[in-house]
Design a protein around this ligand. Structure first.
Ligand code: XMP
Length: 513
């Protein structure tokens, strides 16, 4: 079945993916394409509506970006956002100029007044905050268009020609700061483009599977499986699409949580892929012996990973494609410059470039985390896998403070398991974005039974965060902390003290090392 589709033409704006996300949240399939798409390509794409994104340029400049000629004669509804709105004005007989003396130039949250007789604003209150970011404005509204919103500074905030179904807004309905922005997008899709809401993750999954099959043909695909949500969902997708043409290399560096390695293997049993589990625990521990400095630990683990893959890659021989579970937030992150290395992050998502391959395939590139989880569910991955919290590439090595030994890892695994178990029982896992135990390098005096003990202190860490760049410590109820603490000291030998970390990030980081 062919879904209804929305075409998002990207004119270089920073929120193109966010628009896509909003449209898909409204259960309408969409794709982001470059503004250079030709008229024939647009016709072939056959969208029920088109959205022009924002862009950094000015429409009246000589080399600014413009859509294909003839796009306004296709009879397809168009929503222009910011620069996209100015494009409508510019091409359809209006005038766009620089906002003079700062007049009508707006950035940030702006009180805006709407005429809700316009379908785009139907059902909304007459005023609300919108998010603006424009230095140009429409001096003259094009013929046939009505003015349907204004702000205190700018008279021309939104325009529409309901006959031709062209709508333009100077603000960004896709960002959270715009009150009712999603309703406006919903109105555009349902009231104006006639969407029926026929896009679901199940459909998307089938589409991805078809695409993978046609791209890969009879080729061989290699994927580095870490056991995290993204690489697992990616692996499941390829496994479903091409079965035994997929080889997954799963390096168990011996620094995983309790039972994690086995769980990964178990989850993929139902597919006929080639899953190579490399049990390299001893090798990693050997390299890490005596090492206490956090950055050195990270470096050793990162380098050793590459070596293990190199060896496996050589054994596998021919590879045509590399599969990667890159998701949209990774795409945004990689576009940003890192001012200073606080910690050298090590990711197991990719493979080093010595592996000979034709192309990288990243089927999750346009998906947000919650969409990736939903896709995983559709593919039949177990809930504990799709809901798995983030886990750092260097694993427990950066949660055992100081020197790492097999004994210490054993203690940490048990304590961490108890913590996770109690959090799940108390149903707190939804609110806590990441939570784990850490084995400190502190021993202290305790008393058990009638005897003195001199044993390790476990620290518990839990954070609530949206993006992990900043984080607050979770307010776990005392009763839950009490239960966790008493279980850890009773059930895990050589632990006589449990501490709870109550620092936010910054100044702390989420992990201890
Ligand atoms: P920090 O400790 O930097 O952690 O506040 C922020 C988030 O990043 C995760 N983290 C890592 N993830 N490789 C990863 O894939 C790494 O080397 C790494 N170090 C930290 C951490 O678990 C948290 O979610």
């Amino acid at each position: 079945m062919q879904n209804q589709k929305i075409l998002i033409l990207n004119f270089g704006g920073q929120y193109d993916q966010l628009i896509a996300r909003r449209v898909r949240e409204c259960k309408v399939y969409c794709e982001v394409r470059s503004y250079t798409m030709t008229l024939a390509e647009i016709q072939e794409f056959n969208p029920i509506g088109i959205i022009f994104t924002g862009g950094p340029d000015s429409v009246y400049k000589e080399d600014s970006y413009h859509p294909a000629e003839g796009i306004f004669e296709l009879g397809i509804p168009i929503l222009g956002i910011c620069y996209g709105c100015q494009l409508l004005a510019h091409h359809l007989g209006g005038v766009v100029t620089t906002a003079e003396d700062g007049n009508a130039r707006e950035y940030g949250k702006t009180l805006t007044f709407y005429k809700n007789s316009c379908l785009l604003f139907d059902g909304l209150s007459e005023e609300g905050i919108s998010w603006m970011s424009h230095g140009d404005y429409m001096k003259k509204v094009p013929e046939g268009f009505k003015l349907v919103a204004h702000s205190e500074k700018c008279p021309n905030v939104a325009i529409c020609d309901e006959e031709r179904k062209f709508y333009g807004v100077q603000f960004h309905p896709e960002v959270n700061h715009t009150e009712n922005g999603t309703v406006m997008i919903h109105n555009f899709l349902y009231r104006i483009c006639g969407a029926v809401g026929d896009w679901t993750m199940e459909d998307y999954m089938h589409r991805c599977i078809e695409e993978i099959r046609s791209k890969v043909g009879s080729g061989q695909v290699l994927l580095a499986l870490s056991g995290g949500v993204d690489s697992s969902v990616c692996a499941a997708l390829f496994a479903e699409a091409i079965g035994s043409q997929l080889t997954c290399v799963f390096v168990d560096h011996g620094l995983l949580r309790k039972d994690e390695g086995d769980e990964v293997e178990e989850a993929f049993k139902k597919w006929s892929l080639n899953l190579i589990r490399v049990n390299a625990g001893e090798r990693f521990l050997g390299k890490l012996a005596g090492v206490t400095e956090p950055e050195q630990k990270r470096k050793i683990i990162g380098e050793e990973f590459i070596r293990v893959f190199e060896e496996e890659g050589k054994k596998i021989g021919r590879t045509d494609f590399l599969a990667q579970g890159t998701i949209y937030p990774d795409v945004i992150e990689s576009g940003k410059e890192n001012a200073e290395t606080i910690k050298s992050h090590h990711n197991v998502g990719g493979l080093p470039d010595f592996v000979d391959f034709k192309e990288i395939i990243e089927p999750l590139r346009l998906l947000f985390k919650d969409e990736v989880r939903e896709l995983g569910r559709q593919l039949g991955l177990p809930e504990y896998m799709v809901m798995r919290q983030p886990f750092p590439g260097p694993g427990l090595a950066i949660r055992v403070i100081g020197e790492i030994t097999e004994d210490k890892l054993g203690i940490l695994r048990e304590a961490d398991f108890i913590f996770r178990d109690e959090v799940a029982k108390a149903k707190l896992d939804i609110q806590m974005n990441q939570y784990f135990a850490v084995l400190t390098n502190m021993k202290s005096v305790g008393v058990m039974g009638d005897g003195r003990t001199y044993d390790w202190a476990i620290a518990l860490r839990s954070v609530t965060t949206e993006d992990f760049m900043t984080a607050d410590w979770s307010r776990i109820p005392y009763e839950v902390l009490d239960k966790v603490s008493s279980r850890i000291v009773n059930e895990v030998p050589h632990v006589n003290r449990v501490l709870y970390d109550i620092t936010s990030k910054p100044p702390s980081t989420v992990e201890f090392e």
